[in-house]
Design a binder for this molecule. Structure first.
Ligand code: 5GP
Ligand code: MN
Length: 338
């Protein structure tokens, strides 16, 4: 974050403001962890702040301190809209173009507030006056820690803030194993533990909350996996029928896509999940090495993300979507073999 932007932010926050903090649609651990971490910090500093989420978030994140205070734009629409309208400052966290907030985009476009972006995804758009965009960062949570440091607030990190930020770094780095995990990430984690982050409990609360039906859904997903050795690719499909059969709840398919990459020789893993209500197939892409799933998702599936983790969608049905996907692979045969 450059000096100009940090000084502008310091000046803005030197008097009490009305602040809205926004994660992306279908928020994950990093989106909820970063918004809650920043929310606790700003409220403790005397600001009036509210988190407005575009929609609901998974059960395994509901234990997080302050999670019950998050406004859901779908459920608390009037209050959410008013919060955005009245805000002096709007922080957008863990996304970098307004298409990522779904139905909420109109409200944000009409807002009079000063926008502050904190995000680690590629190719940010330019809606924010104050930008902290860094694609080398492991997570938006690591950036919230850095932001608090730039605001000279490290001594004000409470155990609640530490728990929130720790959670997002842990989930976005696959428990500190992805390439984006640096020695700085580990230093941040060490400091968060010194400041009260309960690492073992957090791990347990996020990862050890499976229900039998979720494990059965995983079994179904693994059974459905198709391996295309020629392209070092593995993909999974889950139809709405299968999701219903195993009583799917938001968040239940988190991490399923990664199983493809645990196969020896597989470098590109994909999961296609039908969402009948929205009339789309939601897609997650993962890769190892140089094959950029960000570019792939952007080019063919109206999506984006990072080099090795991205998402997108398709308006076609499942069969047409997977056929289309397979038709794209031959042009990447060499890239996928490297
Ligand atoms: P996931 O597959 O876990 O939903 O997302 C992987 C990464 O891609 C995350 O960083 C997420 O923010 C991003 N992502 C997921 N879906 C979309 C999408 O539809 N559009 C864009 N631009 N990014 C996405
Ligand atoms: Mn993130």
């Amino acid at each position: 974050m450059n000096f100009e932007h940090i000084n502008a932010l310091k000046k803005l926050l030197s008097t009490p403001r009305k602040i809205a903090i926004i994660p992306h649609k279908n928020p994950d651990g990093d989106a909820i962890g970063s918004t809650l971490g920043l929310w606790h910090y700003l409220v403790n500093e005397g600001q009036t702040a509210t988190i407005v989420s575009p929609n609901d978030f998974p059960k395994f994140l509901k234990w997080m301190p302050g999670a019950d205070k998050i406004l859901n734009f779908e459920r608390h629409n009037k209050e959410a809209k008013r919060t955005i309208e009245e805000a002096d400052i709007i922080f957008t966290l863990d996304f970098n173009h307004l298409g990522r907030v779904g139905q909420m985009a109109d409200s944000l476009e009409q807002a009079n507030a000063i926008f502050v972006m904190v995000d680690h995804h590629q190719e940010p758009s330019d809606y924010a006056m104050i930008m902290y965009s860094d694609v080398t960062m492991s997570s938006t949570c690591e950036m919230v820690y850095n932001l608090i440091s730039l605001l000279d607030g490290l001594d004000h990190i409470t155990p609640e803030i530490a728990n929130c930020i720790y959670t997002g770094i842990m989930t976005d780095t696959g428990s500190f194993k992805f390439k984006s995990t640096t020695s700085h990430t580990h230093r941040v984690i060490a400091d968060l533990m010194d400041k009260g982050a309960e690492n073992t409990e957090i791990h347990h609360k996020i990862y050890d909350t499976n229900s039998p039906s979720k494990l059965h859904l995983l079994g179904c997903a693994l059974k459905n996996m198709v391996i295309l050795e020629e392209y070092s690719t593995a993909y999974i499909t889950l139809s709405q029928e299968e999701l219903d059969l195993y009583h799917y709840e938001k968040g239940d398919t988190e991490g399923f896509v990664n199983y493809g990459l645990t196969l020896d020789g597989i470098r590109f893993a994909v999961i296609f999940i039908e969402n009948k209500e929205e009339g789309i197939i939601k897609i997650s892409f993962r890769s190892v090495g140089d094959f950029s799933v960000n570019e792939f998702a952007r080019k063919f599936f109206e999506g984006g993300g990072h080099n090795n983790a991205a998402g997108g969608k398709s308006d076609k049905n499942m069969e047409e979507t997977t056929s289309y996907f397979k038709s794209l692979l031959p042009q990447y045969k060499i890239a996928l073999k490297q």
